[in-house]
Design a protein around this ligand. Structure first.
Ligand code: MN
Length: 128
């Protein structure tokens, strides 16, 4: 059975690249371009993991992570924040907002899929 991934990212170039790499490795991928659509998709689709951009128009990644963690339907889905170098100081903030981990933007195509795989075995219970 293939793993399912939800990408919440407003930059279509980034989104396309991540989707391409994941699909090449057999993942089933859905994308959303903003927080509210991403949350709806997470509830409906129940992906194995969520890749979450922090800088989103309107509702930002912190707010999205908080909402996903507050909902029993989505609170055990690992959230991987996608952070840019310029936001290094905000990583603690995104982890406290509920992200399981983060990867740096620009993504490295050589290591990206393996980085994502690490989060698929994340045990939700350990965090409680
Ligand atoms: Mn963005």
């Amino acid at each position: 059975m293939s793993h399912t991934l939800l990408i919440i990212e407003d930059n279509l170039q980034n989104s396309y690249m991540m989707r391409f790499l994941l699909e090449k490795h057999g993942f089933e991928v859905r994308t959303a371009e903003n927080g509210p659509d991403g949350i709806r998709s997470a509830v409906e689709y129940r992906p194995d993991a969520i890749l979450l951009d922090i800088q989103l128009p309107g509702m930002d990644g912190y707010a999205v992570a908080g909402r996903l963690k507050a909902d029993q339907l989505t609170n055990c889905i690992p959230i991987i924040a996608v952070t840019s170098y310029a936001m290094a100081g905000d990583r603690e903030k995104i982890l406290s907002a509920g992200a399981t981990g983060y990867i740096e933007k620009p993504i490295n195509p050589e290591t990206f899929v393996n980085e994502i795989r690490q989060y698929l075995s994340w045990d939700c219970k350990e965090e409680e």
